[in-house]
Design a protein around this ligand. Structure first.
Ligand SMILES: Nc1ncnc2c1ncn2[C@@H]1O[C@H](COP(=O)(O)OP(=O)(O)OP(=O)(O)O)[C@@H](O)[C@H]1O
Length: 246
């Protein structure tokens, strides 16, 4: 892993009416790392994520990607700059096969149909979806739809991939498969920022984790060390847990 900073989030904030969803959030993402974003429900993770992806406008702060401030850029411009995302709820295009779903994102960038088809087949192999390549994506299991979702994000050839809860509702075996896939995504040279509730998954996957609580960053470091910090335990489990553990 290099120490080269790919993304620098600098004091971003977002308020919804009386609620400060994200407050002065700053962190760096190094090229080639898998960074886990943790935090209890309502901590502001999805809002922060959506600000980076251009789906939510920042009230303040800068989001510097490859040296350029992209705060306020529209989702398509963020994608064109090299940032792709997956959604919590996978929504492949129905009425289109798995292969067609994977062609679309790439075709938008290149307009080269032959190259897009080659790339789709390469992604189908990568994701282990060979047997389902010609199946309507709407007919897939929830987990296979998630794989297609990942494939669609990868089809745009991102430098940075933002992943939102990729193992929600998955069986332990499926979660294991997804962890392996995300590691191989990184091995392809893609940097990953991942929101995940399942602690075991994030611990096994992340090079580093950051923790949000009430819209603010409360921890940043090695997964094993961060989850032992008393204020992180308190944010997750409340005072009783910390007192009981003491
Ligand atoms: N569009 C919105 N309008 C008003 N309030 C919002 C909006 N989006 C999020 N919020 C509020 O902002 C706070 C942060 O929400 P956010 O979804 O970012 O948290 P989260 O950490 O992703 O939570 P979860 O783990 O439950 O997905 C919450 O209190 C939420 O209710």
């Amino acid at each position: 892993m290099s120490t080269d900073v790919l993304l620098s989030v600098e004091a971003i904030s977002k308020r919804y009416g009386g609620l400060q969803a994200v407050k002065d959030l700053s962190f760096d993402l190094r090229r080639g790392e898998i960074l886990g974003l943790l935090g209890p429900n309502g901590a502001g993770k999805t809002t922060a994520f959506n600000m980076i992806a251009g789906y939510v406008r920042t009230d303040a702060g800068r989001i510097v990607f490859e040296g350029r401030d992209i705060a306020g850029a529209k989702p398509w411009a963020v994608c064109a700059a090299g940032i792709a995302r997956t959604f919590q709820l996978s929504r492949p295009f129905g009425g289109m096969t798995v292969r067609e779903n994977l062609v679309v994102g790439h075709l938008e960038k290149t307009r080269d149909r032959a190259a897009s088809l080659r790339m789709a087949d390469e992604l189908i192999d990568f994701l282990g979806l060979q047997a389902l390549a010609d199946t309507d994506a709407e007919l897939l299991t929830a987990f296979d739809r998630r794989k297609v979702e990942l494939g669609r994000a990868l089809s745009t050839k991102p430098t940075l991939l933002l992943m939102d809860e990729v193992v929600a509702g998955a069986t332990p075996q499926e979660a294991q498969t997804m962890v392996g896939l995300v590691k191989r995504v990184r091995d392809r040279g893609v940097t990953v920022l991942i929101i995940e509730h399942v602690m075991k998954v994030i611990m096994g996957l992340s090079d580093r984790v950051i923790v949000m609580h009430h819209g603010q960053l409360i921890a940043n470091g090695q997964p094993q060390a961060v989850v032992r910090e008393p204020h992180v335990l308190k944010a997750y489990f409340g005072d009783d847990y910390v007192n009981a553990a003491a």
